[in-house]
Design a protein around this ligand. Sequence first.
Ligand SMILES: NC(=O)c1ccc[n+]([C@@H]2O[C@H](COP(=O)([O-])OP(=O)(O)OC[C@H]3O[C@@H](n4cnc5c(N)ncnc54)[C@H](OP(=O)(O)O)[C@@H]3O)[C@@H](O)[C@H]2O)c1
Length: 262
Amino acid sequence: MDLGLRDRVVIVTGGSAGIGLATVETFAREGARVAACARDLERLQAAVEPIRSATGAEIMTLACDVTRPDQVEAMVRQVVDRWGGVDVLVNNAGRAVPGGFEQLTDADWQADLEVKLFSQIRCSRAVLPHFKARGRGSIVNVNAIFGKQPDRYFFATSVNRAACIALTKTLAREAAAYGVRVNSVNIGFVVSAQWENIRKRRAPDLEPEAFFAQFVKDWDVPLGRFGQPEEAAAAIVFLASDRASYITGAVLDVDGGMARYL
Ligand SMILES: NC(=O)c1ccc[n+]([C@@H]2O[C@H](COP(=O)([O-])OP(=O)(O)OC[C@H]3O[C@@H](n4cnc5c(N)ncnc54)[C@H](OP(=O)(O)O)[C@@H]3O)[C@@H](O)[C@H]2O)c1
């Protein structure tokens, strides 16, 4: 299926690792022009270089901390200066703040809100005028199933991803007037560096495979395994594409069947 993404201008936040890097690669293979951002520019450049060589795609690498409004504005400006506009924004940058309610400080809550909710708000605000100028655009927010199925073991994520999903739905209603679609991909468990950090914190003595297997058992994941970043990227790129032209305000779970809500 041709996704119709050739020469489209795509921004992927958090493009240097995990789901974001796989998303950069999938867009590049579709012939899109991709601007990838992350805080660590050196790591980002090293990560995308093999994709550039393999696909021949135009890929921009930009240092940007999505919790910094000035850096978000500068990042979008650089993309528009180079490619004349923007067609797609993937709000993927993020990380997990561990801890139950009694451990989480105000600073933890603020930091988690900044990297999850406010980054999506600011990046969306920065691209919207460019979407309006083209009369089209697509935003995909990468969230978590815990935003709809709260879990005390993922406390801050549960609370703040609920807000991100509400942002997705509400912005979809408003931005439809400009031909802009806004959707959410809700992740369950996908292998990434975040999980390596969780393993080191919770079970440093367990090998990664044994650690993942334990999580899959404890959380009763029907497909019996963690997802791969490429599997999340496929859903993100589809929702961003014209093949999803009548889909907005939707939430697509990429979770191996783990979520139990209807
Ligand atoms: N993997 C999962 O199981 C899972 C589950 C639910 C939700 N999610 C969500 O899915 C998204 C991707 O997760 P992942 O597991 O692929 O993460 P990952 O492998 O840890 O990669 C995170 C990416 O985000 C970037 N990033 C982090 N903070 C940033 C900031 N303030 N500004 C700009 N870039 C930033 C990182 O680069 P720098 O550090 O260089 O900035 C990196 O490129 C995240 O939003 C995560 O919360 C993942």
